[in-house]
Ligand binder design. Sequence first.
Ligand code: SAM
Length: 277
Amino acid sequence: MDMAEALSPDESTPGSFKASEADRQNVAQLATILDLIASKPAVQHLKAWVLAALAPAEGESALDVGSGTGEDLVELTKRVGPSGRAVGVEPSPGLRAESVRRAEGIEVVDGDALSLPFDDASFDAVRCERVLQHISEPGKAVSEMARVLRPGGRIALVDTDWATAIVYPADPEVLSRIFAFLLAETANPYSGRTLRALLADAGLTTVDETAATWLEPQSGAAQGYLTMMATTCAALGVITAPEAEAFQQGLAEAAARGSFHMSLTMYAVAATKAPAG
Ligand SMILES: C[S@@+](CC[C@H](N)C(=O)[O-])C[C@H]1O[C@@H](n2cnc3c(N)ncnc32)[C@H](O)[C@@H]1O
């Protein structure tokens, strides 16, 4: 789960990125959430870092696993040009439709990271961003990515580690219930710290890594994800309505004094597959 997943302002239409719930999503809401997250400087930094690490060249083949709204696929498509092939794999029919609506000419196919619909050694470059946290068998997904990568090919994984989520100020007991809920709802909440291990276990060699922290501005205390999170947690009975109100009020008052803090760290690792022979 992305933080946003549990932060749906409307509990009747929960935003879930789980592949098993792909057919009953509120796609407009998910797309809005993905756009908001993509606008964060930390996420933009990691997207640019991945592109530089993969360096997809004209005529090459590139894959984006869990391509969402297609933002990164558009860039891959440009880089490989008409003589290359860039493909997104996305299990959500709504997000597939949304990505094609946004950018005609991109190629997005239905599929699951656990069983990629491609032959062995099909791609020069593979990326997978903030997807593994939604998968309870991330090792299987990364070995699938390694399988479809050609010998000598490049891969980059990006993910959040939910142990790095920090919010201040808040009643510690209320906050721990909110975080416990977030962690329980996430298939693989500590994904960020495992990226190197997943790549090594799949026989790939890490060549570089980085991290970026989403630091929410003071304006995010009163109208950002935390407000939505409190509302959702109250609606689901994780916290009471008065607790949610006190939580939000405390954050708003802190922001008015310039004292609010929210941060979350995401990690990116680039690796290669050994050349043949
Ligand atoms: C948080 S979004 C990230 C989307 C995109 N990678 C980005 O950076 O904006 C997670 C994406 O993973 C997709 N997803 C979830 N489970 C998946 C699976 N088992 N295989 C492939 N994609 C999956 C979701 O449908 C969603 O598009």
